[in-house]
Structure formats: structure tokens, C-alpha cells
Ligand binder design. Structure first.
Ligand code: PMP
Length: 406
């Protein structure tokens, strides 16, 4: 093959920087989350507890969700059969969009095949509709937002993470009559901090800017009905476009945006990432619909309460053990390691010696020097599992000569 060397060189450079990713092959059994088995190439299997799943509430194993999916696959089959426009729309897609709009108190919603695509497609398309728009983007925004903004070739400004004063100074520097859009997240997935949503909305009002929020790490998890932090803080009506995923709190797969009918209809009509791809499988839409509906009820409230309790308990246990817990206001529980090799060594030893699976988080996912282990306790993680985790961490921490908090 021509140019093979270039591919090998690219790989070698990733490997030399310790950024080469090795996937753990997990075998799971219905109803046993977070227990799973890691499968190795030599055929060996090892029982593990998964500590880094983004199926935050375990809805991917929920019996009602699975039953809903079985019903859909039995009646609708496997694939969707086409793009939304060409035979790929089913009642599950239509009902799911209605449910999502209602969940966020918006007029309309649009489904995408993933949260990544929803951000990328929407943000790049907005700039076609508003060619003079200036997009203000939080420095820690997810790659999918950054890619969408880059592709749009509109003017963009990056404001320091959660720094409203910096955002204000950037806006003030731009022409008052230019259309503006502020793109940010509610819960930031690597640090577990929350955006100052109300202050950003106030600023948007003052300068006539549109607001776009990614609630990927919050939908299903916060608010009376799982509508995210914007629901919890009664701010959804102040956001023009709320974007979310069906893959984390809701436990299935897919992404979406919600907002005013004209906005959603324009994106539906113009976004290549929506128009030119096969629509979500009906079975996924059915699973997501069941999951969302369940999480809007008392069952959901109970799960959210247990989820928060699990996160609080794990944080407390880390603190009590003087492990370097990073400040987090949410369900995300990061431990700072601050060294890529040790981070990987910690993760490897946890897995191989203790049957504890947590993926190391290294550059470029987080800045160099802030490498970490990111734990996501679910309502199904027991206190016993937490105690085993803490004692394993303490043993390896000492072995690697890592510092503890004082
Ligand atoms: N936004 C954020 C903040 C994310 O962390 C992610 C994925 N981890 C996405 C969007 C993409 O969502 P999905 O996994 O549904 O593609």
C-alpha cells in the first residue's frame, strides 16, 4: 500500500506520547451492572467491577427499557431502513421527539444518531443560517462542539472556562449589532463542575445573544423529571437550544436538540449530519422513549436520589482516605494523578490485580499535568464495592510512590 509509512509514523508518535488507546473488551450479563467480565486476546476472562461507565444510572440494563426494546425489535425489525426523509421515520422517532421537547419544555426536538453528531451538525448549520454570527465557546467544550464551530467557519471566540467576566469582555469587544451565540455545557464531564448558567443567560439577554447548552452529562440525572441542570435550576426557558444524548443517563444511544419550532425545523431542513444519514434504529428510539418516560416518574426520582447518594459516599470515602479528590459538584468523581504513565499504571494494576476497571484519562482529553482517574458511581455500586476500591487505590498509591492529600 502507498503511504503506509505515514500511517505507521502517526501511530508511533501517538504511542511515544503515551496516547495510544487500548480498549477493554467487556462481556456483560443482563441485570448485573456494574459487574462485567473483561475478555483478553488469549481467551482469558476476568470478573470486573466497572467504575467508568457513562450509563450513569444503569438504564442500559433496566428491565423496562429492555422489554420496550424487545417489543420494538419484534414489531419493527432491526434497522430503520433509510434516512428520516426516505422511509426512516417510525412512530418511535416521532413520539421520542415529542417526549424530548416536552421534557425540556420546548416546542420541538430533533433526533440525531449521536450526541456528537447533534452538536457538530447543529453548530455548523447555525452559521449557514446566520452567516455573520460570532460564536463564544467555553474553553472546555466537548470536541463535538469545537468541530461544529470550526466547520462553520464563522467568527469564534473562546472564553476561559466558566469565566463570565472574560466572556463579557469578549462580547463587549465585538460589534453590538453582530448576531451572537454562546455555546457551553451544563455539567463538564472531566471535572464534574457546573456552568454559571444563570449568569450566562443574563449576559446573553444584555447583549441579545442566543444560548446553546450541552446537557449531555446531566439529562436523566438532574431535575424533577430528569430534564437536566436547566430543569433543576428552572432555567430551561432561558436557553434557546438544549442539546442532549440518549447514551448516558438514558442508557441507550442517540442525540438530540430541542428549541423553538422554526429553529428545529431549519436545522432539520439544512443540516447534512441529519439529512444524509440513516435514522436511528427504531429499537434504540423505543428504548430511549421507555427510559425517558420512566425517569420522569417517581422511579426516576428515586434512582437520581440513590445516584447522588452513591457519588457523595464515594467522595467522602476518598476524602477520608486522603486521596486527591478533585473538586466536583456532581456525580463525576475524579482523582488527580497528574502524570500520564502513573495514571496508566494505576489503571492497569487496578484492573489486573483487583478486578477494578477505570480507564485512565490522559491528554488530549484533559490538559497535560491533570491526568486523572474518573469514577462514575451508579446507584448499583454498593458500599462494599467502594471500600474495596479505596483499599485497592491505597495499596497501589503507596506502591507507585504517589502523594496523598494532607
Ligand atoms: N457532549 C459531551 C459534553 C460529551 O461528553 C459527549 C460524549 N462523551 C458528547 C457530547 C457526545 O455524545 P454521544 O456520546 O452521544 O455522541
Amino acid at each position: 500500500m502507498r503511504h503506509l509509512q505515514a500511517f505507521e509514523d502517526a501511530l508511533n508518535s501517538i504511542k511515544s506520547e503515551g496516547r495510544y488507546r487500548v480498549f477493554i473488551d467487556l462481556k456483560r450479563h443482563r441485570g448485573e451492572f456494574p459487574r462485567a467480565a473483561a475478555r483478553y486476546e488469549d481467551g482469558r476472562e476476568q470478573d470486573v467491577i466497572v467504575w467508568c461507565s457513562n450509563d450513569y444510572l444503569g438504564m442500559g440494563q433496566d428491565n423496562d427499557v429492555l422489554d420496550g426494546m424487545h417489543e420494538a425489535i419484534d414489531s419493527f425489525g432491526a434497522g430503520s431502513g433509510g434516512t428520516r426523509n426516505i422511509s426512516g421515520t417510525t412512530r418511535y422517532h416521532v413520539d421520542l421527539e415529542k417526549e424530548l421537547a416536552d421534557l425540556h419544555g420546548k416546542e420541538a426536538a430533533l433526533l440525531f444518531t449521536s450526541g456528537y453528531v447533534s452538536n457538530e451538525a447543529t453548530l455548523s448549520t447555525i452559521a449557514k443560517i446566520l452567516p455573520d454570527v460570532i460564536i463564544y465557546s467555553d474553553a472546555l467544550n466537548h470536541a463535538s462542539m469545537i468541530e461544529g464551530i470550526r466547520r462553520s467557519s464563522c467568527a469564534r471566540r473562546v472564553f476561559r472556562h466558566n469565566d463570565v467576566a472574560h466572556l463579557r469582555s469578549l462580547i463587549e469587544n465585538d460589534p453590538a449589532d453582530a448576531p451572537k451565540l454562546i455555546a457551553f455545557e451544563s455539567v463538564y464531564s472531566m471535572d464534574g463542575d457546573v456552568a454559571p448558567i444563570e449568569e450566562i443567560c443574563d449576559l446573553a439577554d444584555e447583549f441579545g445573544a442566543l444560548t446553546y447548552i450541552d446537557e449531555v452529562h446531566a439529562v436523566g440525572l438532574y431535575g424533577e423529571e430528569g430534564g437536566g441542570v436547566t430543569e433543576r435550576d428552572s432555567l430551561a426557558h432561558r436557553i434557546d437550544i438544549i442539546e442532549g444524548t440518549l447514551a448516558k443517563g438514558f442508557g441507550v444511544m442517540g442525540g438530540y436538540i430541542t428549541g423553538k419550532t422554526a429553529v428545529i425545523d431549519a436545522i432539520r431542513s439544512m443540516a447534512p449530519g441529519f439529512i444524509f444519514t440513516t435514522s436511528t434504529c427504531p429499537v434504540l428510539a423505543a428504548g430511549a422513549l421507555t427510559s425517558i418516560r420512566k425517569l420522569r416518574t417517581d422511579d426516576g426520582r428515586d434512582l437520581r436520589r440513590r445516584h447522588q447518594a452513591a457519588a457523595a459516599m464515594l467522595k467522602q470515602k476518598f476524602k477520608d482516605a486522603n486521596l486527591p479528590l478533585m473538586e466536583s459538584e456532581t456525580h463525576i468523581v475524579p482523582l488527580l494523578v497528574a502524570d500520564p504513565e502513573r495514571c496508566k499504571a494505576l489503571s492497569d494494576t487496578l484492573l489486573h490485580d483487583f478486578g477494578i476497571y477505570v480507564q485512565p484519562i490522559n491528554y488530549p482529553t484533559v490538559p497535560k499535568g491533570t491526568e486523572r482517574l474518573r469514577f462514575t458511581p451508579s446507584p448499583n455500586h454498593t458500599e462494599e464495592m467502594m471500600d474495596e476500591l479505596v483499599s485497592a487505590l491505597l495499596a497501589i498509591w503507596a506502591q507507585l510512590g504517589l502523594e496523598r492529600a494532607s
